[in-house]
Design a binder for this molecule. Structure first.
Ligand code: NAP
Length: 303
């Protein structure tokens, strides 16, 4: 028979780990399932400067701390991919390792990287979505960061310390990311900007990226830029496969829920970036985790 937990949390990012902390402190049995790595996207953020109480902390350290805290409180945390969930008064969660059951389920499945969708993008080496993971491969080389959000700006700052030159390419002249990061980049001698422009093609030799085709988004003028690495930081899309099989999702694939994070499905809660909402920040992911966990605990106690 499948091992039973009061609450199963799917997703080991800040929302899921915070939910585990709150649910354990409320005395519930908790299983957290994560398919890749703990900490979600924040784990690859070079430097987090807007998490209250931590003026500056690496995303990896923050992720480790969240993981240790949830583990220390007795949450069972496993690296397993959830393949299917069967809804009912008792829910069954099937993974690539086995099956578990629970009374309440929290979906904290987060987001995945958006890609530029360029021909050859998947097959070339020299294209990365994680500056912290891959930056060292480009030490002393020229790289491009594409995007105008905080991820792109933080990545460019991180890479500027390793690479010979970093070019930030963004499709608008206004940045979506924090002005304080733009100003910091503008002061660096080995960082330049090409704005407003898009990457519209890739040059390669022997399956290795050698350059980019750029297009000015106003004039349409095209140019070539020789680079060793392209870091794509063009936002994320919700991980919707599992959610969509259980609850209604909106046109963009996010899960609508009220302020208590309860979905229309009984006993299924949603927390973090995969929830339909205005502000997607580390702090709001953690807030969702707490709210969803407390609502799920109440649901378990009343069921
Ligand atoms: P984001 O804020 O959604 O920014 C994505 C960027 O990519 C935008 O500038 C967008 O351009 C551009 N873009 C999207 N599709 C594109 C395409 N097809 N071609 C070219 N450019 C494209 O994503 P993010 O930077 O990953 O940040 C996600 C969230 O995490 C944000 O709320 C951010 O503040 C947060 N975050 C926080 C930290 C931190 O240190 N606390 C670090 C990283 C991220 P437009 O602006 O023109 O739409």
């Amino acid at each position: 028979m499948a091992e039973h937990f009061d609450i199963i949390i799917i997703g080991g990012g800040p929302a899921g780990l915070t939910a585990a902390i709150y649910a354990r402190r409320a005395g519930k049995t908790v299983l957290l399932l994560e398919k890749e790595g703990f900490g979600g996207q924040i784990a690859s953020s070079p430097n987090v400067e807007n998490f209250p109480g931590f003026p500056s902390i690496s995303g990896a350290e923050l992720a480790d701390r969240l993981y240790d805290q949830a583990c220390g409180l007795g949450a069972q945390i496993d690296l397993e991919e959830v393949l299917e969930v069967q809804d009912g008064s008792i829910k069954t969660v099937s993974t690539d390792y086995g099956s578990y059951s629970c009374t309440a389920l929290i979906l904290a499945t987060g987001m995945k990287h958006r890609t530029l969708g360029l021909p050859g993008e998947d097959a070339l080496s020299g294209i990365s979505f994680c500056a912290v993971c891959d930056g060292a491969f480009y030490a002393g080389k020229d790289v491009v960061v594409c995007g105008g959000g905080n991820t792109a700006l933080q990545d460019a700052l991180f890479l500027s310390e390793l690479c010979r030159h970093v070019t930030v390419i963004h499709r608008r002249t206004d940045f979506r990311g924090d002005p304080i990061l733009v100003e910091r980049l503008q002061r660096l001698e080995n960082v330049s900007f090409i704005l407003p422009a898009e990457v519209v093609g890739l040059h390669s030799q022997d399956s290795v990226l050698t350059g980019l085709v750029l297009q000015d988004t106003i004039s349409g003028t095209r140019s070539n830029l020789a680079v060793s690495g392209l870091f794509e930081a063009v936002g994320q899309l919700p991980e919707q496969r599992l959610a969509a099989s259980l609850v209604p999702v909106d046109a963009d694939g996010f899960v609508p829920a009220g302020e208590n994070c309860l979905t229309p499905a009984k006993g299924i809660f949603v927390a973090g970036d995969c929830r339909s909402k205005e502000v997607r920040q580390l702090t709001t992911a953690c807030a969702d985790g707490a709210v969803a966990a407390l609502a799920a605990c109440k649901y378990c106690s009343n069921t």
